[in-house]
Design a protein around this ligand. Structure first.
Ligand SMILES: [Fe+2]
Length: 252
């Protein structure tokens, strides 16, 4: 990279982020703000390519074993369903820690409102899930579930704020907004938790609320963000497949 390009990139990164607006992922192609974004050369990493890849990752996620599992009727077995919810609890606990870590350890004023608003809207969902199930269950521990769930929280200590935004909003929240519309009506039948309802109502906006923050950077920034995006989706797909395996292996 030349010195002038470095200067340009640094100067651009210091620009204040515009007032946040909610944009739904499905409306992105038509959103007028995209006309103001710098034009990337064909095939070069860009905001548009990052979002296009995320759309593809969401589509591929529908092929995860989790989707077949949730619609298979296997959840009618109480042992299987409780084991599945135990696994959801592990993810929910670590997601809560990731949200807190991201907010607590941020000093960049450009990201304060995004991180705080999102934390406010997510705060306590894990404890509500546990309380709704009686609050006395033995925590589920599995090395793969633990490794893939904690990975997102630990990344809040090592990534920069744009990279954290990709993991939280383009991976976890976009995955949630893909999964919960399918899962909520199925889980509601059991009247055990409103966790699925809460997330089905909120996660589409949680995926979209960060899009403004990811616009306007140079190709090398998007190249790095797309690497983080790929790693995040691979981790999350592994996590979801492991949830299914654990639920199917529920002890009798
Ligand atoms: Fe959410």
């Amino acid at each position: 990279m030349t010195n002038s390009k470095q200067t340009e990139t640094l100067a651009q990164s210091q620009q204040p982020i515009q007032q946040m607006r909610i944009i739904h992922l499905k409306d992105l192609r038509a959103h007028p703000d995209l006309r103001e974004a710098p034009r990337a050369a064909e095939g070069e990493p860009s905001f548009e390519l990052l979002i296009e890849h995320n759309r593809q990752y969401c589509d591929e996620y529908r092929n995860n074993a989790l989707f077949e599992f949730i619609q298979s009727g296997r959840l009618d077995d109480n042992r299987c369903r409780q084991r599945f919810l135990d696994a959801v609890q592990v993810l929910s606990n670590w997601f809560q820690k990731a949200m807190m870590a991201r907010s607590v350890f941020n000093e960049d004023p450009r990201f304060v409102s995004l991180f705080q608003q999102h934390l406010d809207e997510e705060y306590g969902h894990n404890t509500k899930l546990a309380a709704g199930r009686g609050g006395q269950r033995e925590p589920l521990w599995d090395p793969i579930l633990e490794a893939t769930s904690t990975w997102f929280a630990w990344k809040m200590f090592s990534l920069d704020n744009l990279e954290k935004t990709v993991l939280i909003h383009l991976v976890l929240e976009a995955a949630a907004s893909t999964f919960f519309p399918v899962a909520q009506p199925i889980m509601d039948v059991y009247h055990e938790t409103n966790y699925f309802t809460h997330h089905n109502e909120a996660d589409d906006e949680h995926a979209a609320m960060a899009l403004e923050y990811l616009k306007g950077y140079q190709p090398e920034i998007y190249r790095r963000l797309m690497r983080v995006q790929k790693e995040g989706w691979e981790m999350f797909n592994t996590l979801c497949a492991r949830m299914v395996a654990l639920a199917d292996e529920a002890p009798g």
